[in-house]
Every structure is written in C-alpha cells, then in structure tokens.
Design a protein around this ligand. Structure first.
Ligand SMILES: CC(C)(COP(=O)(O)OP(=O)(O)OC[C@H]1O[C@@H](n2cnc3c(N)ncnc32)[C@H](O)[C@@H]1OP(=O)(O)O)[C@@H](O)C(=O)NCCC(=O)NCCS
Length: 371
C-alpha cells in the first residue's frame, strides 16, 4: 500500500484562496485550487466552494487521485457549512459523478466593428487602475444582484479579473467609463489576445444607463480598430444593460445550452439551500391556493431538505437526484422537461408543483468569475 496525503496550503492570492496538493510516497500526483465565494440564487446569496485547475500528473492518472482530492475538498467545505460548489467543466462528462450539473446557458453577441463605430461616444473612457476595483465591484453588484448564478464581488477584496475566456492562457484588461464628475458609471473587461486574432472578445461589461452602454460598445469598436479586428464579440447576459443595447443593433445573437460541461454547480447540502429558498418558495406557493401541502420535503442522495408551502394539506415528499434539483433550482430545465424528455421519475403533479415554485430562468456567471 502506498502512503497518500493531502495538504491545504496558502495561495498567492491570499485567503479565501487555498492550494491543494496530493502526494503519494512524497511525490506530487494531483493538485488544484479552491476558494469560497458567494453566488446568487433566486434572491439569496449562498456560499460556494470554487474548484479550480484540477490536475493529475500524466503518469499517475486514472488511479483515483483526483476523486480522493475532490471528495476531500468537498467534505471539508461542507463541514464548514458551504452548501454549493461550482467549477468550469473543461473536460466533458467527468463531473456528473459528483452530482455537478450544467445550469447556465452561454450567450454571445457579435457586431461588426464598422457598425459599432457609428455609435455615439458620450463618456470619457480610460484604462482601469487597481484603485478602481472597489467601485467596479460595487457597480457590478448593483447591476447583477437580481440574477441567479452571478458571483458576488466583495468590493474590498475583489482582485480584478484574472482571465477572460480560455483559462490560464490569457490575461484580461479593463476599461472604465466616467461621467462628468469623474465617477465610474460603466466598465468593460476584454481578453488580451495575440495579433492575428480576428475578433475582440469582451467577457464582462456593465453600464449604469443605456447611454453608458452605447459609449462602452463604441469605445470597444475604437479598441478593435486599433487592433485591426473586424468584429466584436460580447459575452454578456442578454438582459443586462449592454445586452439590451446590443439587441437593438445589427447583431448576431447566439445562445448555447451545454450539458455535462461548462459552468457547473453541485448542491452538496440540499437542506441548507432549500432552507435559504424557503421564503421564495412560500411566496410562489400562494399561486396554488389553500389546496396545497403545508410543506414539501425533497429527498436527494446527498441529503434531504424542506420548503414551507403554508397550505392546509399534509406535508408532501418528492425524491430526485441532487443534480436534477440543481437544474430546477437554477432554472436550467423545468421539472416537466426533466420528466418528459430526460426520464426523471416523478409524477406529473410533482413536476407541476416544482415548476410553480421554481419556474425556468436563465442563470449566468460572467467569464472572469469562472474558474
Ligand atoms: C481530468 C483529470 C484531473 C482526472 O484525474 P485522475 O486522477 O486521472 O482521475 P481519477 O483517477 O480520480 O478518476 C476519477 C473519475 O473520473 C474519470 N475520469 C478521469 N479522467 C477522465 C476523462 N478525461 N474523461 C472522462 N472521465 C474521466 C475516471 O474514470 C474516474 O471515474 P470512476 O471513479 O467513476 O471510475 C486528469 O486526467 C487531468 O489532469 N487531465 C488534464 C487536465 C484537465 O483536463 N483538468 C480538468 C480541467 S476541467
């Protein structure tokens, strides 16, 4: 038998980041990074263990080292009451083993540089400085607080974007829009790319008004001209101010609905998540009148939780896999779709009840917040 150990070490980015190392007989075999961060879900904020840069050395793969590492990280987070975990599934069909589910669509808008150049530039734009980060984080939080999936950027702790698309390969840059008083009223985050790239990718853009959104898009067109790029691609949430502005222009809008890859979530502590969503469920349940259960108990393989529904009927119980509960809570698929298309074994009545409590929505997480 070999001697396998796991260590949690300080990270160059400081707390809450940690480095994780697994050694076998003193040799490094697997490593990753983890940190705790808040994510929004239907009006509440829940702590989430981020799983980042999972790797097993080539010579040691397929011996269960990554399983050991990930499960230890998850147990440790859950023992501290962290109910969710998120990761970016770069390798498809690996993480469903631990009940991670894809719960967010991908969105992007392509506009030609020429078309975007015609927009009016009504704000001063400049490169962002480290001192701007708290103001940028606050602006981001104001604009995104109502959207499920969004990460909370703590103004005093947010380190700025470390990346855009393509993990670890590209740096990100930021520009800010200022009003007449020099206050930050918008920002854009873009990918630092090599010279032969044909398009400029914008991975986050927030504006406090549609006028600011227009100025930002125009400023990005000027940036694309400098870099000799024919198109701009905005990876933004369609209902954001920049997304809404773009939708009114001559754009190609794309959305994708990945499965088993991309941004994934695991509900490790369903009881904590359901308890936090109790007030939301109680309010939604009013639609059903008094002919509804007093409580809904949901059993999953990772634990049970319950929602107060406030009705006159006895408590009701539903059983479903944690991954499907994640899809329903984040609004990626309705319970009816999971039942009719994916064969989830629940009754039509139970699916209808879950869909009243948690109607489908589009959750989203901007690229610089994915790891
Ligand atoms: C993916 C990776 C971390 C797996 O590490 P590992 O130590 O070999 O994994 P384990 O032996 O613990 O395997 C755990 C489970 O994942 C499965 N698995 C491992 N690699 C897989 C792959 N590439 N595709 C699909 N399943 C995979 C194993 O079959 C095993 O499943 P089982 O326990 O149900 O039989 C490793 O292959 C790696 O470092 N790859 C390159 C970097 C990378 O792609 N990281 C992931 C970024 S999202």
């Amino acid at each position: 038998m070999y001697d396998r150990t796991i260590q949690f070490l300080p990270h160059e980015l400081g707390p809450p980041w940690e480095r994780v190392r697994v050694e076998v007989d003193g040799e490094l075999v697997s490593w990753m990074q983890t940190f705790t961060v808040g994510h929004r879900l239907r009006g509440v904020t829940l702590d989430c263990a981020g799983v980042v840069g999972v790797h097993t050395d080539d010579a040691h793969q397929l011996r269960g080292h990554m399983r050991f590492m990930l499960e230890t990280v998850l147990q440790r987070a859950e023992s501290r009451g962290v109910p969710l975990s998120t990761l970016y599934g770069g390798v498809p069909d690996v993480y469903h083993r631990w009940a991670y589910a894809t719960v967010m669509p991908e969105f992007n808008f392509t506009i030609s540089t020429r078309r975007a150049e015609a927009l009016p530039l009504r704000h001063r734009i400049r490169g962002a400085e480290p001192a701007d980060r708290p103001a940028i984080a606050r602006l981001y939080n104001r604009e995104t607080s109502g959207i499920s999936g969004m990460r909370v950027r703590e103004p005093e702790r947010w380190l700025g974007p470390r990346q855009g698309l393509y993990f670890g390969r590209l740096d990100a840059w930021m520009q800010v829009a200022l009003d007449d008083h020099g206050q930050i009223v918008g920002y854009c985050i873009g990918d630092e790319v090599d010279h032969d790239a044909q398009q400029l990718d914008i991975v986050d853009a927030q504006a406090s008004s549609s006028g600011v959104a227009g100025s930002l898009i125009r400023a990005m067109a000027d940036e694309a001209v400098r870099r000799r790029m024919g198109n701009l691609v905005f990876h933004v949430y369609p209902a954001s101010r920049v997304g809404r502005y773009l939708r009114n222009l001559d754009v190609t809008a794309r959305s994708e609905r990945p499965i088993g890859r991309s941004q994934m979530v695991r509900l490790g502590l369903p009881d904590v998540v359901l308890q936090a969503l109790g007030p939301h469920a109680r309010m939604r349940a009013e639609i059903l009148g008094s002919e509804r259960p007093s409580r809904l108990v949901i059993d999953t393989e990772l634990g049970s939780g319950e929602l107060p529904l406030g009705g006159d009927l006895p408590p009701h119980r539903v059983r479903l896999p944690s991954a499907q509960l994640a899809e329903i809570l984040f609004g990626y698929r309705s319970a009816e779709e999971l039942r009719d298309i994916h064969g989830l074994e629940i009754s039509a009545g139970d699916a209808e009840l879950l869909d009243v409590l948690f109607p489908p929505i589009d959750a989203y997480c901007y690229w610089p917040d994915r790891y």
